[in-house]
Design a protein around this ligand. Structure first.
Ligand SMILES: Nc1ncnc2c1ncn2[C@@H]1O[C@H](COP(=O)(O)OP(=O)(O)O)[C@@H](O)[C@H]1O
Ligand SMILES: [Mg+2]
Length: 370
């Protein structure tokens, strides 16, 4: 039954530098425990700190969930993919009729569990999913940039310290107002200033000259000029290799990418060049490292970078499908890329691609239930 990648490995580490959330964490911890099995949605703009808050909250109350804390990035997956993802993680049956009863049985035994569903985007899929699992002792914490769900406690997340007017980032405190308290933007600005690549004043002048104060309609909650302008500042100073890596990470739909795949997808041959490119992206906090030597970009950075880059989805599909066919031992670790490949195969309606995916899914299922 034990899947070869334990849930703990897939859960983000307790955030070390979280600021200005003491009171909120206390309230949320008490609320989740008092209403368990709870359904709580942390809702707010991109980069406002929902995922960090969810991770901190889950670690804080983990002891009260003997069945463990489990992290799933749900994105816009449909109901079927959502349930398959749980079944594969928990090692429960995957065939259509046994899928939901299997997960319910699993959640009913082995002690209360806390599931964090990160980056929720599809209300219909989520409503069906939560309803299908209601009545089990599992508690859910959802993060979402918006959430139109009844039967869920919605807790609005605003930028840390915005209500007190203080700054969570002393080095760039004079940019707090300009960057509208957004912690993601402030964190990137802080990293740029710490690297001495620009002073606070130089960044302020750049932001002002590029229209940080102008009013415009945005595409959605992840379209933040505060972050896009910092990406624009960095873009001019990154090497072509680093830009290609950032481009790849912004187009990949799976969760995180290891160094080897990242270098291959970005067309970087020399390992030294790949390492240097990653270092330059890390230096300005443009990438995250959710697990050791695995990289991802924040949804808001992704949105800004996607506008500047093109990566054919077929290239990512080919890479991961070939990789997993050659190395089935990697299936558990790279499973979100398999889901993304499945989604791609469905979208292009290619039967051969779907059959290749189905074979890999079957192998993953065997692995998960072994
Ligand atoms: N309370 C906080 N204290 C310090 N930095 C924060 C805080 N919340 C968020 N951040 C910074 O902002 C970034 C984005 O936060 P995240 O939780 O990923 O946002 P969201 O999930 O709302 O998009 C984090 O990586 C971190 O650098
Ligand atoms: Mg998030």
């Amino acid at each position: 039954m034990a899947a070869s990648v334990p849930s703990r490995t897939l859960f983000p580490a307790p955030p070390r530098h979280i600021k200005g959330r003491g009171a909120e964490l206390k309230t949320l911890a008490r609320t989740v425990l008092a209403t368990a099995p709870a359904r709580l949605a942390l809702v707010g703009a991109g980069g406002s700190g929902k995922s960090l808050l969810a991770a901190a909250l889950a670690h804080r109350i983990a002891k009260r969930f003997p069945g463990g804390i489990h992290w799933f990035r749900v994105g816009a997956w449909d109901f079927r993919t959502l349930t398959e993802m749980l079944a594969l993680r928990f090692g429960t049956p995957r065939d259509r009729h046994a899928l939901v009863p299997g997960i319910r049985r699993y959640l009913a035994a082995g002690g209360d569990r806390l599931l964090v569903l990160d980056n929720h985007e599809d209300d219909h899929a989520m409503a069906r999913f939560l309803d299908a699992l209601s009545g089990t002792p599992a508690s859910f914490v959802i993060t979402a940039r918006r959430c139109l769900l009844a039967g869920v406690l919605v807790y609005p997340v605003t930028a840390p310290l915005i209500t007190s007017g203080k700054s969570a980032f002393p080095r760039v405190s004079t940019l707090t107002r300009v960057l509208r308290w957004n912690p993601l933007a402030l964190d990137i600005a802080d990293a740029i200033v710490a690297s001495r690549a620009a002073s606070v004043d130089e960044l302020a002048i750049f932001l002002d000259a590029h229209g940080i104060a102008s009013v415009r309609v945005i595409d959605h909650e992840d379209d933040l000029p505060e972050v896009a302008l910092l990406v624009a500042w960095a873009w001019k100073r990154l090497t072509p290799a680093a830009r290609r890596m950032l481009g790849v990470l912004s187009h990949v739909e799976g969760d995180s990418v290891d160094v080897t795949s990242l270098a291959q997808l970005a067309g970087i041959r020399a390992p030294g060049d790949a390492a240097a490119a990653i270092r330059s992206l890390e230096r300005w906090h443009l990438v995250q490292e959710p697990m050791r030597a695995r990289y991802a970009v924040h949804a808001v950075v992704r949105h800004a970078v996607r506008k500047r880059t093109k990566v054919p989805p077929g290239r990512v599909f080919d890479h991961y499908v070939a990789l997993l066919e050659a190395h089935p031992d990697r299936l558990m670790m790279e499973q979100t890329h398999l889901f993304a490949a499945m989604d791609h195969a469905h979208r292009i309606g290619n039967l051969d691609a779907m059959l290749r995916i189905e074979r890999l899914l079957q192998q993953l299922e065997e692995e998960a239930t072994r």
